[in-house]
Design a protein around this ligand. Structure first.
Ligand SMILES: [Zn+2]
Length: 329
């Protein structure tokens, strides 16, 4: 009863407030109108604007918007070489993320290494320093919560910059697209994917449908509850895409609808093996966001784009650079 009365009072107070709109007079030359920003919103593609920013924005860390339509404030850098990980394709400058993603990777890398017997993991694209659409390669990876991790053990040495540019990840899927490649696939790959799926902050994992089907087959009657997070998607034959849930500090982060409760080892998989789907030439990573304009993103992303560089980002970049030198061969 008390609760009801209280909530009615709250509702009335809110209604009373909104019933009296307070007009805000603006001078003739509206100083709030920023033509430069308006032009920015419609001219260059947002992917170009965001990829030009080499450092993160000032401000507390926050994932803004939706995974394929958003940006990242106060991003942090994952060091390019860690005890159990190495970042690949350094020239892309995509080893940035929300602190939760960096924390996740620093925790997951040793866990995965121990579970699989690998020396460590190879990390592909995360996000640009300020997130946002990417000029090539992905639709998502915009809010600092997505990461691609290769299906390949880290070698027992620090790879050179050139090697990190040129080494190709191993494709686990056979040429027909319907099965895993028995010559490369191993039990460690199952353990690798399961270890990621078991982490509570992981929202979902995208893998090729042939890999998903193989997981269903080998897990058989085991507890497959972890498999509901592992969903089939185009490409993803040489890496898994791990997506984290919206962090608590990011009220403007839009959550993805929850995965269906089932483990996905059912008829819904058949669709992926239809000839016309297999023939589709979807780019390796499942599309591109290169066409989005700044106006297509949440308004806060314009502020993120134009904010000064954050001191944490500059310090992070410097420490990563010095860290790698002594470790190089
Ligand atoms: Zn990805």
């Amino acid at each position: 009863m008390v609760v009801t009365a209280f909530s009615v009072a709250l509702t009335c107070a809110a209604a009373a407030k909104s019933a009296v709109p307070v007009p805000v007079p603006l001078p003739r030359n509206n100083p709030l109108k920023n033509t430069e920003q308006e032009n920015q919103q419609t001219s260059k593609p947002a992917s170009v604007l965001f990829s030009e920013k080499k450092l993160p924005s000032f401000g507390r860390a926050m994932a803004i918007g939706y995974y394929p339509r958003g940006c990242l404030q106060g991003g942090v850098e994952l060091p390019t070489t860690g005890p159990t990980w190495q970042v690949m394709r350094l020239s892309r400058n995509r080893n940035w993320g929300h602190p939760e993603l960096v924390k996740f990777l620093e925790r997951f890398a040793p866990l995965a290494a121990e579970a699989t017997g690998w020396k460590g993991i190879l990390i592909g694209d995360m996000a640009q320093p300020r997130g946002g659409p990417l000029p090539f390669g992905h639709k998502s990876h915009q809010t600092g919560l997505d990461v691609d991790i290769w299906f390949m053990p880290m070698p027992d040495r620090v790879l050179s910059k050139e090697e990190r540019e040129n080494i190709k990840a191993s494709n686990l899927v056979a040429a027909d697209g319907k099965h895993v490649n028995g010559k490369i696939w191993s039990a460690a790959d199952v353990t690798f994917i399961r270890t990621a799926a078991e982490q509570p902050e992981v929202e979902r994992i995208l893998v090729n449908a042939a890999i998903k089907e193989e997981l269903c087959r080998v897990e058989g009657n085991n507890d497959r509850s972890w498999m509901s997070k592992v969903r089939p998607w185009y490409g993803h034959d040489d890496h898994m895409h791990v997506r984290l849930k919206c962090p608590a500090d990011s009220p403007n982060c839009e959550a993805q609808p929850a995965v269906p409760g089932s483990d996905g080892c059912d008829k819904s998989l058949d669709h992926w093996f239809a000839d016309w789907i297999l023939r589709l030439k979807i780019p390796e990573f499942g599309g591109s966001s290169a066409g989005l304009k700044l106006k297509d993103l949440p308004p806060a992303c314009t502020a993120v784009l134009n904010a000064p560089a954050g001191p944490a980002g500059a310090a992070g970049a410097a420490s990563a650079a010095t860290e790698e030198r002594p470790k190089a061969r």
